[in-house]
Design a protein around this ligand. Structure first.
Ligand SMILES: Cc1cc2nc3c(=O)[nH]c(=O)nc-3n(C[C@H](O)[C@H](O)[C@H](O)COP(=O)(O)OP(=O)(O)OC[C@H]3O[C@@H](n4cnc5c(N)ncnc54)[C@H](O)[C@@H]3O)c2cc1C
Length: 393
């Protein structure tokens, strides 16, 4: 990776000129970690505006209820960073709790291991039995689960607010964010070409979310991505719950099946959707218009919710929004220097968990830009860019 000496950056220090493509949660987190590390010139090029892509369409959960050490460690870093943004900059983080349902003893065993790993990271996730689940979610159907993994201090942010805060911090530190500035071509160097001018850089970060495949092609750094269309359905309650419904997730990571989730969204309303970390649908066109969930999805979710929350069967499902998970073929992000173009750093493919992973991905990508390697995402990790070579776009 080229790293010219003495390039005076907007932050006033020397270091590589970094051009980040995309001002979503991940591109902005990369930029923020770069300016915090005192990197040289940092420019974020954004086709539309801050949080124009998936980041404003998420349900914003930030949690650590995962099953293996790497996945938990990456999320624990995210939790700490969101806590710090709340404390130091007033980010709204609604700590309403996160409950992952267990279906059987095998799930509970995996959840016990998760709780132990979380404790090592200073997180408070713990296993709860079916009676405690019933206390946490009194409307959940009896027999719906064998227990759960409960993160009492997990919660959600608003994706747009989170991005706006990061953008303000990045700008305050002297970096530039260019909105309405799509990258349309790249020249060797690398130099990014946009309708607003040409941007030479030492390192380019591909953080283009669902468009990362297209941007990768422009950069000569191809990326296989399978953008997944996901809908969020709004559910109007007919009566007050009398308690705060936590986020409930009926999906066990890496199970390969899509599970239903729901959480409270202000008084009298839930939001609900279907989630999988894996690519379970054909890839969607990232430029296709995104509308409200279609009638088939609303009907499917309404029937799944009626099974899980039978006492709320008079609730009215309808309306909501849709968005894209920027998912890779194996469902893990790609964070690393591109094997075919070492001056391109990939920070992409975070699927349906890119808000909670954006701090860890941003930290690792910034390390790669400034030092050429990342201790938190070594080359043999499951986020490694070496996987790209095995995928066809
Ligand atoms: C319905 C739904 C629910 C979700 N819920 C959660 C959740 O609860 N928790 C969680 O952690 N995650 C959740 N996610 C996932 C999360 O939203 C994404 O993983 C995350 O927003 C991805 O961020 P990103 O920065 O990679 O992409 P984006 O936010 O899409 O940003 C990419 C940016 O790149 C720009 N861009 C594209 N092409 C170019 C170009 N050529 N030149 C310049 N700019 C370009 C786009 O305009 C866009 O602004 C959810 C997603 C959806 C759709």
């Amino acid at each position: 990776m080229s790293r010219p000496a003495g390039v005076a950056g907007a932050t006033g220090s020397s270091g590589p000129r970094v051009a980040v493509v995309g001002a979503g949660a991940i591109g902005l987190s990369v930029a923020w970690h770069l300016v915090r590390a005192g990197a040289g010139e940092v420019t974020v090029l954004e086709a539309a505006h801050v949080a124009a892509g998936s980041s404003s369409r998420s349900v914003g959960m930030v949690e650590t209820q995962y099953l293996d050490a790497h996945e938990i460690a990456m999320r624990a870093y995210g939790r700490r960073l969101v806590d710090a943004l709340e404390r130091d900059h007033g980010l709204r983080f609604a700590r309403e709790g996160y409950l992952r349902l267990a279906h059987d003893g095998d799930d509970l065993h995996a959840f016990e291991l998760s709780a132990a790993l979380q404790a090592e990271e200073g997180c408070d996730g713990r296993v709860v039995d079916a009676s405690e689940v019933a206390r946490l979610v009194p409307d959940l159907a009896a027999g719906a689960c064998a227990g759960g993994l409960w993160g009492p201090s997990d919660g959600y942010v608003d994706g747009s607010d989170y991005c706006s805060l990061l953008a303000a911090l990045v700008r305050h530190a002297g970096a530039t964010i260019r909105s309405g500035c799509p990258v349309v071509a790249a020249e060797p160097g690398p130099t990014l070409v946009t309708p607003a001018g040409r941007f030479p850089a030492d390192v380019v970060v591909n953080a283009a979310g669902p468009w990362a495949g297209r941007v990768g092609d422009l950069l000569g750094a191809p990326v296989a991505l399978v953008p997944q269309l996901h809908e969020v359905v709004s559910v109007a309650l007919r009566r007050p719950l009398g308690y705060v419904m936590p986020f409930v997730m009926d999906y066990v990571p890496r199970s390969g099946r899509e599970g239903v989730y729901f959480r409270q969204d202000g008084p009298g309303r839930l939001v609900a959707g279907l989630h999988s970390d894996e690519a379970v649908h054909p890839g969607a066109d990232p430029d296709a218009p995104l509308g409200v969930p279609d009638a088939g999805v609303v009907e499917l979710l309404a029937s799944r919710l009626a099974e899980l929350l039978p006492r709320l069967d008079d609730a009215g499902a309808g309306g909501g929004w849709s968005g894209l998970y920027p998912t890779t073929p194996d469902g893990f992000p790609v964070v690393g220097r591109h094997p075919a173009a070492p001056d391109v750093v990939c920070a992409l493919g975070a699927g349906g968990v890119g808000i909670q992973l954006s701090p860890a991905i941003g930290r690792a990508a910034a390390e790669l830009c400034t030092t050429g390697s990342s201790p938190s995402v070594p080359d043999d990790s499951r986020w490694s860019a070496s996987r790209l070579a095995g995928w066809t776009a």
